[in-house]
Design a protein around this ligand. Structure first.
Ligand code: XMP
Length: 512
């Protein structure tokens, strides 16, 4: 594998993704990882990421300089270059002219392996305020911009570094440069493919679990479904999947997911309709955080009841499958520190400790698009793999004010129209999410000759890479027009439709 040491750049995850796109496994570790933690990955090469600091800042992120002496090739990117210069006896100082954004690089040493096959002028993306002024002994310059140094190398020590960011799209030939590093310099094989991943993961699960019984809390979303199918491939009906209807799923979702996963994918699925339990607990709750916590708590209670029942039948359940993805793993160990809680997320968090079960997280090394590739290789239907994210607390966080069975039914109808029209327009997988929100606001309208006084519903559609930031999506007017006219005509209880044009930040994607 290629190990990427994270010095806190916003682009670190992108480095990992680019390398994986070359079918080479790459892992991101915090820069504070010990040498033995790094070596546990058997790296064939090490990449030092960019970072927001200056190497001279008192709290500058630092790594053990011995990573430069492990014998594997090293590529420093931006802060990584300054880290190398700083630790090997060069000099780094604030640049006279900071460089942010587009720049043109002139390759001076075309013979160096990193630039093999690349033109002598490269368009790149820069983002740095410091520059290396004096190179450490044994290094020479490989590339420059108008203003400054852009690349260095010490071929004897197998250390390369560039000042720009090859991992971002704004460096069009960046992927070729990374490819030169991982294949020509590090000797990667490029055999990390979905089939290979499935084969090794299935073998590892079999070995880990033996003849134990395993539970999975399915949500019907991409991550938990792919995780369940992988585990099922490994141990068959030793896996029981529990799918809970919390009363705030979308229209027909409970029946459809049950049918998809049980009948089409052959999972051993236990559907549990606990709608009444959840809705009873939600009565008169209007505060968003209380709603989220109420649903989270009730979910654990329902799941516990179910797993006790299953444990009695199977003689005990020791393992729980979770669809944790790599961005969450990186986030929780990031050098930037944990991010502030804006909303308490409800997945199955808290379950394993409480139930004293051991975890199986078959997707914890993967990004979302990789999960989809694996799912495709496992033969899963595209409508499961392309599903938009749906929050754990479901429609409850899209019904502002009290959640009642009636209001759920109204929103289910409106949401169903949004989904169908967005799909019909071929936009469903082009936007990150598109949905309806039911507001606790009634307005006056007129239908036929009758005065109406009914609910308002908001339409939300966003583009996003990862849900952390988002832009409101400019849906075509004719699509909005169809959605609006169908909702007010077909959904009893809604007489006005508005469109949410807020990005994140400052808005969040969900309204609660
Ligand atoms: P926000 O509203 O915080 O949402 O901008 C970001 C993304 O996360 C989804 N979301 C959740 N997902 N459990 C989840 O699994 C939750 O409790 C939850 N709350 C929000 C949301 O749909 C969006 O994609």
């Amino acid at each position: 594998s290629i190990v990427i040491l994270d010095f806190g750049s916003q682009y670190t995850q992108l480095i990992a993704r680019r390398i994986r796109e070359l079918n080479v496994f790459s892992a991101v570790l915090p820069c504070t990882a010990s040498l033995s933690e790094i070596q546990a990955y058997n790296p064939i090469g090490i990449i030092l990421s960019g970072g927001p600091s200056s190497v001279y800042d008192a709290d500058a992120p630092d790594a053990d300089p011995k990573v430069l002496e492990l014998g594997q090739p090293v590529l420093g990117i931006c802060y990584g270059l300054q880290f190398i210069a700083h630790h090997l006896g060069g000099k780094v100082r604030p640049a006279d002219k900071r460089e942010y954004g587009h720049a043109e690089v002139i390759v001076e040493d075309a013979k160096t392996a990193l630039f093999a096959g690349l033109p002598s002028h490269l368009h790149v993306w820069m983002s740095h305020g410091d520059e290396a002024l004096e190179l450490p002994a044994g290094f020479h310059r490989t590339a420059v911009t108008n203003n400054a140094l852009a690349g260095i190398v010490n071929e004897d020590r197998k250390i390369w570094a560039v000042q720009f960011h090859p991992e971002v799209h704004h460096t069009p030939l960046g992927k070729e440069l990374l490819s030169n590093f991982v294949f020509d310099i590090c000797g990667a094989k490029g055999d990390w493919t979905p089939a290979h991943f499935i084969e090794t993961t299935v073998a590892a699960i079999c070995e880990k679990v033996g003849s134990d019984h395993v539970l999975c809390a399915l949500s019907g979303g991409v991550d938990s479904s792919v995780a369940a199918v992988l585990v099922h491939k490994a141990i068959g009906d030793q896996l029981t999947c529990v799918f809970v209807n919390n009363g705030v799923l979308r229209k027909n979702e409970f029946a459809q997911v049950t049918q998809n996963l049980r009948d089409k994918l052959g999972l051993n699925l236990v559907p549990v309709d606990a709608s009444d339990r959840f809705l009873a607990k939600l009565a008169s709750v209007t505060d968003p955080e209380t709603k989220r916590k109420t649903i989270g708590r009730e979910f654990i209670a329902v799941f516990e009841d179910e797993s006790n029942r299953i444990a009695e039948q199977t003689g005990g359940v020791d393992w729980l499958v979770q669809g944790t993805l790599y961005p969450d793993v990186i986030e929780s160990s990031s050098v930037r520190g944990p991010s502030q809680t804006i909303k308490s997320h409800h997945n199955v968090g808290g379950l394993p400790e409480r139930m004293k079960m051991k975890l199986i997280e078959p997707l914890r090394d993967l990004f979302k698009d990789e999960v989809r590739r694996i799912g495709r290789d496992l033969g899963m239907p595209e409508d499961i793999l392309q599903r938009q994210p749906f929050p754990g607390p479901g429609l409850a966080v899209r019904i502002l004010g009290e959640v009642t069975a009636d209001r759920v039914a109204i929103l289910q109808e409106a949401d169903d129209i949004v989904v169908k029209e967005i799909k019909a327009a071929g936009l469903y997988s082009k936007v990150w999410q598109s949905f309806a929100v039911l507001l606790p606001i009634q307005t006056v309208g007129v239908m036929g000759d009758q005065r109406t006084y009914a609910n308002t519903c908001a339409i939300r559609a966003v583009h996003s890479e990862d849900g952390m930031t988002a832009d409101w999506a400019p849906l075509p007017y004719d699509v909005l027009k169809r959605i609006s006219s169908r909702i007010v005509n077909e959904v009893r209880g809604i007489n006005r439709v508005v469109y949410d044009i807020t990005s994140k930040p400052p808005g969040t994607i969900e309204w609660e």
